[in-house]
Design a protein around this ligand. Structure first.
Ligand code: NDP
Length: 318
C-alpha cells in the first residue's frame, strides 16, 4: 500500500534551524514528504488572517513550528512584553489553524533557557513549569512554556498530536551573527573574523568559566526529522548533546580562534559579567530513544560554521 503523502510546513523556515532542516531534508529526501519553508515575508504569523490564509494555501499534514521572536539577552531585557505577546500570538495562530485544518502532528520549539532560574542540575523535561524563569527573559519563557500547556490542552480536548522539543544553544550556517545581539558562538565567530583582519586577539567577555552545551544546527535538524517521523509523545523532549560534552566559554572561544588560525589567541575580560555558571540539561530521554546518535564534534562543527561565515559574509545576518 502506498504511504500517505505528507506536506510538512516549516514555520520560521528562513532562520538558523529552518535552513538546517531544509539542507538535511534535501540530502535525504523521502518520496512521501514535501517540505514547505515559510518566512515572515510570506505570512506574518502574528496575524490570524494571514496565518489562516497560508495554512489554507498549503494544507499541511504536518507542521514544524520554529517561527518566534528570538533575541539576545539585552533585547529580551528591554522588551519582555513584546516577546511575551508576539510569541503567544504566533503560537496560538499556528496551533489553532493546525487544529482547524486537522494537521496530524505539530512539533513546536521551546528552549532550555526557559527552565526555572532556581533549579537543580541536570535539568530535565519534567521541570519546565517548576518555578519562575530567569527575570531577564520571562516574557519569552512564559510564552514558550505555554506551548506545552496548549499541546496538552489540544490533546485532552480534541485528541490532537501536538508536541514540542527543547534544544540547547544552537549554532551553524544562517545564524544571527550580529555583534550586539547574537548568541555566544556566532558572536565569537564575527568578533574573531574582525580580530583576524586587524591582527588582534579575540576578546572574550567574562571569566570564560561558565559551562554550556551547544548543538550544531545540522545535528538538531536530523533530530527534528526523527521527531517528525518517530516521536509519539505529547510531552516535550530535550534535544541536546550529552552532559559530558559541556564546554567552558573559554574552550569554545579557543576553538573559534583556532578555526581562524588567530595567532594572538584569546584574551578574557573578567570585568564583564558572566551570566549563569551552568544550565546543564540531561539528554537521557533522547538517549533512551536514540542511544547511538552521533553528534558532530564541536571543533569540527565550529570549523564548518566559520567556513560558512567567511564564504557568506555578504549575505550573513550581522
Ligand atoms: P532565527 O531567528 O534564525 O529565525 C526565526 C524565524 O522565525 C525566521 O524564519 C523568521 O522569519 C521567523 N519569524 C519571526 N517572526 C515571525 C513572524 N511574526 N511571522 C512569521 N515568521 C516569523 O531563529 P532560530 O532558527 O534560531 O530559532 C528557531 C526556533 O528555535 C525558535 O522557536 C527559537 O525559540 C528556538 N530555539 C533557538 C535556539 C538558538 O540557540 N538559536 C535555542 C533553543 C530554541 P524571517 O526570516 O522572515 O524574519
Amino acid at each position: 500500500m502506498a504511504s500517505e503523502k505528507k506536506v510538512i510546513l516549516v514555520t520560521g523556515g528562513s532562520g538558523l534551524v529552518g535552513q538546517a532542516i531544509r539542507q538535511v531534508s534535501e540530502q535525504d529526501p523521502k518520496e512521501d514528504e514535501t517540505f514547505v519553508f515559510l518566512s515572515s515575508k510570506e505570512a506574518d504569523l502574528k496575524d490570524p488572517v494571514a496565518t489562516q490564509k497560508v495554512f489554507e494555501k498549503y494544507h499541511p499534514t504536518h507542521v514544524i513550528h520554529l517561527a518566534a521572536m528570538v533575541g539576545g539577552l539585552f533585547h529580551n531585557m528591554q522588551h519582555n512584553l513584546d516577546f511575551l505577546r508576539n510569541n503567544i500570538l504566533i503560537n496560538d495562530n499556528v496551533l489553532h489553524n493546525s487544529y482547524k485544518l486537522g494537521v496530524k502532528k505539530v512539533i513546536s520549539c521551546m528552549s532550555t533557557c526557559i527552565f526555572p532560574d532556581k533549579t537543580s542540575y541536570p535539568i530535565d523535561e519534567t521541570m519546565v513549569h517548576d518555578g519562575p524563569p530567569h527575570s531577564s527573559n520571562f516574557g519569552y519563557s512564559y510564552a514558550k512554556r505555554l506551548i506545552d500547556v496548549q499541546n496538552h490542552a489540544y490533546h485532552q480536548q480534541h485528541g490532537c498530536h501536538f508536541t514540542s522539543v527543547i534544544p540547547t544553544n544552537v549554532f551553524g550556517a544562517f545564524d544571527n551573527y550580529n555583534l550586539q545581539d547574537s548568541h555566544v558562538i556566532p558572536g565569537l565567530i564575527h568578533k574573531a573574523y574582525i580580530a583576524k583582519k586587524e591582527g588582534k586577539p579575540l576578546l572574550v567577555y567574562g571569566s570564560g568559566k561558565p559551562l554550556r552545551q551547544f548543538i550544531y544546527s545540522l545535528d538538531l535538524a536530523k533530530l527534528f526529522l526523527w521527531v517528525l517521523r518517530e516521536y509519539e509523545e505529547i510531552d516535550p523532549i530535550i534535544l541536546s548533546v550529552d552532559e559530558a560534552s559541556e564546554v567552558s566559554i573559554a574552550q569554545v572561544a579557543q576553538m573559534v580562534a583556532d578555526a581562524f588560525q588567530l595567532e594572538q589567541g584569546i584574551v578574557l575580560d573578567s570585568t564583564k559579567a558572566d551570566g549563569q555558571y551552568k544550565k546543564t540539561a540531561s539528554n537521557n530521554k533522547l538517549r533512551c530513544y536514540l542511544p547511538d546518535f552521533q553528534f558532530t564534534p564541536l571543533r569540527e562543527a565550529i570549523e564548518k560554521s566559520v567556513e560558512w561565515f567567511i564564504q557568506n559574509y555578504d549575505i550573513a545576518r550581522k
